[in-house]
Design a binder for this molecule. Structure first.
Ligand code: MLT
Length: 404
């Protein structure tokens, strides 16, 4: 008899953003005239940059001609994209990452969820609390965690690293030694950043204990402070202990196009076994590559024109972040993030629970955000707003919240 993967049954409710989508749908059905402003899921609103659109059109035309038609993409991605990433994202920042160490994919979410497959089931994971739910949920599905403790809002056998106002939402090195450490900076959901000195401490810690850091740098394009590292490979020794994830979703508005990549250095080993061949094997077996036209679009992001245009979009969103941050601060909210990251993390007023505030905001202001508790128990009494909205709607949302 076929048996289902019972690990899935350990997961409470549905995926956070699906749950929010459902709640909005229900509210909209009951209030068809409500003009809802969505600052919940971090989905972009600005159209794809013209240089990227041009590259897409050209690539589509290539697909229509027998001389330039392409079938399956190379497993690990087209060389033209891997080499420009290696040069512009890494070598120009002093990071020694070769094109061969870059694996193109259809997004960082999939890679962050899939990476755990190349590690043993006995590995103990450590995650920030609050945390982007994909890291934990994908390990739950694989069976690498214990049961869900609904009282605590946590899974057994996972090391949770509290990120609080006291530690500036940056986790401390854990006492219990993890095998796999998930870090995301600039952080989703808190918008906090980690300085180079602190990140170097994590790298040293991982090397000392033989742990692997799974570093999600999906929001690196939003860093404005010159002292903040864009890549973990800016730290000495990171090639021996870290995998990095990057995304075109937030950098260049590809949430609908889908493109990302993962860096696995050749030196990186887990218990003496090189991880590059394992990830390459998985990619080759389970993936047929991101579409040619999308990879050409990704390449255009690195052209001078493309870079200028996408950085213009980043600046647009960061102005939204400033408007939200300052507007709410003036209104008396305790806010953080929003300076080197497109997320604003606010304390709910009057000690309200995160979901209570979600409901109040939806009902009284018709504004949607993300309840902090959806990211983990230390997110309780917090709330996340995204800066990825349209300018006018963002300003309107801030006004409505201030009037509440
Ligand atoms: C978020 O809102 O946290 C992200 O957009 C979700 C994602 O990238 O999957």
């Amino acid at each position: 008899m076929a048996k289902a993967n019972q690990n899935y049954l350990k997961l409470p409710g549905s995926y956070l953003f699906s749950m929010i989508g459902k709640k909005i749908g229900e509210y909209q059905q009951q209030h068809p005239d409500a003009d809802i402003i969505r600052l919940g899921i971090g989905d972009v609103t600005q159209p794809i940059a013209p240089a990227v659109i041009r590259a897409l059109h050209e690539a589509v035309d290539e697909m229509g001609s027998p001389d330039t038609f392409r079938g399956y993409a190379p497993d690990l991605g087209y060389e033209f994209l891997r080499s420009v990433i290696s040069r512009k994202d890494y070598r120009e920042r002093g990071c020694d990452i070769s094109a061969e160490e870059i694996f193109i994919s259809d997004g960082a979410k999939c890679d962050c969820g899939n990476i755990q497959e190349i590690f043993d089931m006995e590995n103990r994971i450590a995650v920030c609390d609050p945390v982007y739910p994909v890291y934990v949920d994908s390990n739950v599905m694989a069976g690498r965690t214990g049961a869900y403790d609904s009282e605590a809002g946590r899974f057994c056998d996972v090391i949770y690293m509290p990120c609080t106002e006291q530690n500036g939402f940056v986790p401390e090195l854990p006492d219990q030694i993890p095998d796999l450490i998930y870090l995301c900076f600039p952080n989703n959901p808190t918008g906090a950043v980690m300085g180079k000195g602190m990140l170097q401490e994590w790298v040293d810690y991982a090397r000392l204990h033989g742990s692997v850091i799974l570093y999600d740098a999906a929001y690196e394009a939003y860093i404005s402070d010159g002292e903040i590292p864009h890549s973990i490979y800016e730290c000495e020794g990171a090639r021996e202990c870290a995998i990095e994830f990057r995304s075109f979703s937030k950098t260049a508005g590809f949430t609908g196009l889908r493109l990302g990549f993962t860096v696995v250095p050749k030196e990186l080993k887990a218990d003496g076994i090189a991880l590059w061949p394992l990830w390459a094997r998985r990619h080759g077996t389970k993936y047929n590559g991101a579409p040619y036209i999308i990879q050409r679009a990704g390449e255009a992001v690195y052209s001078d024109e493309g870079r200028r245009q996408v950085m213009g979009q980043v600046a647009y969103y960061m102005e939204n972040a400033r408007i939200i941050y300052e507007g709410l601060k003036e209104a008396g909210y305790t806010v953080s993030g929003g300076v080197n990251a497109p997320y604003i993390w606010l304390k709910t007023p009057g000690g309200m629970k995160s979901w209570e505030f979600f409901d109040a905001l939806l009902e009284r202001a018709n504004v949607v955000g993300t309840p902090g508790s959806g990211f983990g128990p230390h997110g309780e009494h917090y709330f996340r707003l995204t800066a990825f909205g349209d300018r006018e709607r963002t300003m309107e949302a801030v006004e409505r919240i201030r009037r509440m």
